[in-house]
Design a protein around this ligand. Structure first.
Ligand SMILES: C[S@@+](CC[C@H](N)C(=O)[O-])C[C@H]1O[C@@H](n2cnc3c(N)ncnc32)[C@H](O)[C@@H]1O
Length: 301
């Protein structure tokens, strides 16, 4: 697979008619030097901006909706994203050490986790996500963070052909979008260095048996959810993909605190995805979303 020509071709996605006007807005962003950058629960950029500059930054932030991941605060504009991504990041943070490591975030969205990771002093961070809107959100934030994070408009399917391998790969919230979960896990393995590790989360269903729910049309009103496994089935998938070590780090239902409608998205959120009379079920009658967080290694157990 010729990654360089795919990257070249995808650069043109930034010229799509829904994206080009946003890139135009970005090109007119004021040059402001951040006096303080906080990489905490809120990724916050502060600095001496004039009233007019702050207003423009607010206008650009709104134009870049929907903001799924965050929160961010940029020169006074608080981007209260649909997801409080700090909850997932903080849950995982106690398990990893990124110091001096080559790190990839596959399905990185607008880069919220990658910005948080800068604090851990990795050698390098590379994000993969094929969404030109999320890349534009990333470019907006990074214009002021000025990090050397690399954002590739690529998908997990390109990882085996990428020019480098990684010590740590994050692949969060992507597996259930794949019709070929075992193949995807193999791609992650192929993207790893010999002693590398993968941090992954996915929806799961309760049960001891190694089985998976295969939703009819939608799951929690999301159309591209293919399989929701039990943890036992997920373990089998990971083993089939060549991971010998499978550790469950946490399991947790999605709460209204973590995912909710704010003015920074334009459609519905969790509240509309669950059965009004029974929040343990989705509107389709499936078990409500719960996530399992795992660490995978190739080396023997
Ligand atoms: C549910 S979001 C998860 C975002 C983030 N990783 C998290 O856990 O909060 C799924 C992300 O996968 C991205 N995505 C879509 N197709 C992809 C692909 N082929 N490879 C990698 N990521 C993809 C989407 O653009 C989106 O940002």
């Amino acid at each position: 697979m010729d990654i360089e020509s795919i990257k070249k071709e995808r650069k043109l996605w930034l010229k799509w008619k829904n994206i080009a006007p946003l890139r135009e807005l970005l090109s007119k962003l004021p040059d402001i030097t951040a006096s303080k950058i906080e990489l905490e629960d809120v990724v916050k950029i502060e600095g001496d901006a004039t009233k007019k500059q702050r207003e423009y930054i607010n206008e650009v932030s709104l134009a870049l909706r929907p903001w799924r991941k965050g929160p961010f605060e940029i020169f006074g504009t608080f981007i209260d994203s649909e997801w409080k991504s700090n909850i997932k990041y903080n849950l995982l943070k106690k398990y990893f050490d990124l110091k001096g490591k080559s790190v990839a975030d596959i399905g990185c969205n607008n880069g919220y986790y990658m910005f948080r990771m800068l604090k851990e002093k990795p050698k390098e961070i590379v994000g993969f996500d094929p969404s030109p809107l999320f890349k534009t959100q990333f470019d907006f934030i990074n214009r002021y963070v000025k990090s050397d994070i690399v954002y590739e408009l690529l998908g997990v399917e390109h990882l085996p052909f990428y020019h480098k391998k990684f010590d740590v790969i994050f692949c969060l919230g992507v597996l259930y979008h794949r019709s070929d979960p075992i193949v995807m896990l193999k791609w992650l393995k192929q993207g790893l260095k010999k002693d590398g590790e993968v941090y992954l989360d996915t929806f799961y269903i309760e049960g001891e048996e190694p089985i998976a729910l295969c939703p009819a049309k939608t799951y929690s009103k999301i159309s591209n959810i293919h399989f929701v496994p039990t943890v036992a089935a997920l373990k089998n998938w990971c083993e089939k993909a060549g991971f010998n070590s499978f550790e469950v780090l946490a399991k947790k239902p999605t709460t209204f605190e973590e995912q909710r409608k704010t003015r920074w998205i334009l459609g519905e959120s969790l509240e509309e995805f669950l059965d009004k009379d029974n929040p343990n079920l989705t509107v389709e009658g499936y078990p409500a979303p719960k996530r399992v967080y795992v660490r995978l290694k190739v080396g023997s157990v």
